[in-house]
Design a protein around this ligand. Structure first.
Ligand code: NAD
Length: 358
């Protein structure tokens, strides 16, 4: 029997060893000798989908912890996005600092493919930290339970443009809530991290008439700032810029009690995963009357796009669904206001409702 997580903090790191998962498969690869893990948190709403992470861990406990906590987070992300998917996660465990290449990498990926196949479709693998679309093509040679393959192979391709579209929708919905208008014309937006997603978010906001501040640790990204007529700042300064919206599009953990006390924006809405150092930061943001669009809602465009593969991929249909992220957020903001809780708590409640009625 599957029990549902009881608290908002379940999506964070706080109780990573809680076992409320349906399945956990740990196998030692017969080709590579490496351990592969697949955690299936929930299939209540559909097959569990989640990335395959190839990462160096000091011990198996850490790898297991990642698989358990990230699979649970996927359950909530897909439920809030109203997708017919559950939550799962794969891990290929390597040693710290060891990147796999050549024959060993191929062997590890094929071993992982066998683990996926053994689950008979209850887990669908996708690209994640440490794996690429090329790796997914290799895995697809041994199991059909792989998503996010290139378009020419019938897959949904690069998720980043869809994630960026969803982040724009989240920014617009947040502006509607705070300023009464979803238009970005004349708004100021700070985009931190100009990678696959952030560069597209910046372009979309510029096209919509926003004034931009951007920052990245990579100085080469300054070229894009010049192209867009954006002000270029060091990332920590961009975070504290006097703007309407801050869009974190780099790494997680960017919002802690210290950084939140320095924010000068009214809204934080971006693509980065795990933006809050811990869930108490959601209360701190609310206390400062800064509207936070929960990251796992704002950045769901990529998974919404992948989910379209389940019934024959159609990019236009995917875009229509991704644009609904704004509506979902407005519902979450309403629920938060109504219950006197943070958007994080309201989003978790919405997920629980959807999991209970599936
Ligand atoms: P990416 O690796 O393409 O880009 C990250 C960018 O951030 C790079 O330009 C890098 O130089 C910059 N960066 C790294 N550390 C930084 C720092 N401390 N300050 C400022 N800039 C920094 O990654 P991406 O695919 O654009 O993803 C960005 C974030 O969005 C990640 O947190 C990712 O987990 C999340 N996300 C991405 C997708 C997707 O579709 N790609 C989907 C959901 C969530």
């Amino acid at each position: 029997m599957t029990t549902l997580p009881a608290a908002a903090e379940d999506i964070t790191d706080s109780y990573p060893e809680n076992l409320d998962h349906e399945d956990l498969l740990v196998r030692r690869g017969r080709r590579s000798g490496l351990y592969t893990f697949v955690a299936i948190h929930s299939t209540i709403r559909g097959p569990s989908l989640g990335g395959c992470r190839m990462w160096g861990y000091a011990d198996a406990r850490q790898a297991l912890r990642d698989a358990l906590r990230l699979s649970r987070a996927m359950t909530f992300k897909s439920a809030v996005a109203d997708l017919p998917l559950g939550g799962g996660k794969g891990v290929i465990m390597t040693a710290p600092g060891v990147a796999l290449h050549g024959e060993l990498r191929t062997a590890a990926l094929l071993d992982f493919a066998d683990t996926v196949e053994a689950l008979g479709g209850r887990y669908i693998a996708a690209e994640d930290v440490g794996t690429s679309s090329r790796d997914m093509r290799l895995i697809a040679g041994r199991t059909r339970h792989v998503a996010g393959l290139p378009r020419r192979m019938g897959g949904s391709g690069d998720p980043s443009p869809f994630t960026a579209l969803g982040v724009e929708s989240a920014i617009r919905a947040s502006c509607e809530r705070v300023f009464g208008l979803s238009s970005l014309r004349g708004r100021s937006v700070a985009v931190i991290g100009l990678g696959h997603v952030g560069s597209r978010v910046a372009k979309r906001c510029a096209r919509a008439g926003a004034r931009l501040v951007v920052g990245d640790i990579d100085p080469h990204k300054r070229r894009l700032a010049d192209e867009l007529g954006a002000s270029w700042l060091a990332p920590d300064k961009a975070l504290e810029a006097d703007v309407d919206v801050v869009a974190p599009c780099a790494l997680g953990g960017v919002l802690d009690h210290r950084s939140v006390s320095r924010l000068r924006c009214r809204i934080v809405a971006g693509a980065a995963n795990n933006q809050l150092a811990d869930e108490s930061v959601a209360d701190r943001l609310a206390a400062r009357e800064i509207l936070w669009a929960p990251d796992f809602v704002a950045n769901a465009g990529g998974i919404i796009n992948i989910a379209e593969e389940q019934h024959g991929y159609d990019a236009a249909a995917a875009r229509r669904r991704v644009r609904r992220i704004g509506e979902i957020l407005l519902e979450i903001f309403d629920r938060a206001d109504g219950a006197g809780v943070t958007p994080l708590a309201a989003a978790m409640d919405l997920a629980r409702v959807r999991l209970a009625v599936s």
